[in-house]
Design a protein around this ligand. Structure first.
Ligand SMILES: [Mn+2]
Length: 317
């Protein structure tokens, strides 16, 4: 499979893009390919388009070269879509996709409809970054490229913990470790590290949480006022729902935060018995069996009652 290089013959211009609201796998896979082209194909003009990335990923090589503006460009010879299930997820970069002479998609989302000219879709892969590793010649993976791939794998596997983690994932991670990356610092700095205020608002969310349905459900809410008081943004609330989920004997964790006139953003995590995607989809959201989200316009109390009755039904309570 390690033949990405063969796609560059006769190619002078390349655009790379990932999905809107880029996460670790999106940033990692895109920068890995960008750095690979920069290193081994210096004659190619390559542009990487992503919405502004989280600061935690800015230590990755060439993260400062990412373009978050989308001017009218001459058509690209090749467009690489990474970690993206469909063209709408490309956001504003989709115009370059539509115009490109050739398109390639590398992705692991099961919903991917093979929308490019050439598609490398492997839903069993832990991450797009894992697929990028396989598309590159191993001996050409520099330390900088290895860091990008490692970040992507760490983030999409929750530090090699989610069920998408395979023996192959660990094998690749081991090879990356041997390339001299500072793997413990990468995990600490990009995954676990929280600001003081992030820790404090998580503390508040945990303190205020309620156990419901005989301890099978844990529920907590962060209001807009809480966010003002602790001086945090919605993105700083990542991780709260996962901390709620690991409460002993809990089947489902529900976390809400207030999103102005949009109502509440609802995140749900299941430990396996409840399909939270089914519940989220029923209210216009989406996700996976064990992790799903939806926006609901109602009071927090009413949202809680609605979700609880659906969870109770699934649990046969
Ligand atoms: Mn991914």
């Amino acid at each position: 499979m390690n033949d990405l290089a063969s796609k560059f013959s006769g190619v002078k211009t390349v655009a790379i893009a990932g999905h809107v609201r880029p996460d670790g796998d999106c940033v990692g896979s895109c920068l890995a390919v960008y750095n690979y082209i920069k290193t081994y194909f210096p004659a190619i003009t390559v542009d990487l388009y992503l919405e502004p990335i989280p600061n935690i990923f800015k230590f990755l090589e060439n993260s400062d070269k990412i373009k978050s503006e989308y001017p009218k460009m001459p058509e690209y010879d090749l467009f690489l879509a990474l970690d993206c299930g469909d063209t709408s997820r490309l956001g504003k970069a989709s115009v370059y996709f539509e115009e490109a002479k050739k398109t390639i998609c590398v992705d692991h989302h099961i919903s991917n409809a093979s929308f490019a000219d050439e598609n490398y879709i492997f839903p069993k892969a832990s991450s797009t970054s894992e697929l990028v590793f396989e598309l590159l010649e191993e001996e050409k993976i520099t330390k900088a490229i290895a860091e990008c791939i490692y970040v992507g794998m760490v983030h999409d596997t929750g530090v090699f913990q989610y069920s998408c983690t395979s023996a192959k994932t660990m094998d690749i991670a081991g090879k990356l470790m041997e390339m001299g990356i500072d793997f413990s610092a990468i995990v600490d700095k990009t995954f676990y590290e929280k600001t003081y205020n992030q820790n404090r608002i998580m503390g508040k969310a945990l303190m205020d949480s309620e156990l419901l349905l005989d301890g099978k459900v844990i529920f907590s809410v962060v209001t807009a006022e809480d966010m003002r008081k602790f001086d945090v943004l919605p993105k700083h609330l990542d991780g709260i729902v996962n901390q709620l989920r690991v409460t002993k004997d809990v089947e489902v964790a529900i976390f809400l935060y207030e999103a102005g006139e949009l109502g509440f953003k609802v995140s749900m995590r299941s430990n396996g018995k409840v399909d939270v995607a089914k519940i989220a989809i029923g209210h216009g959201g989406g996700g996976h069996v064990r992790a799903a989200g939806v926006t609901m316009v109602n009071s927090a109390e009413e949202i809680k009652e609605t979700l609880l009755s659906e969870i109770a039904a699934q649990l046969g309570m």
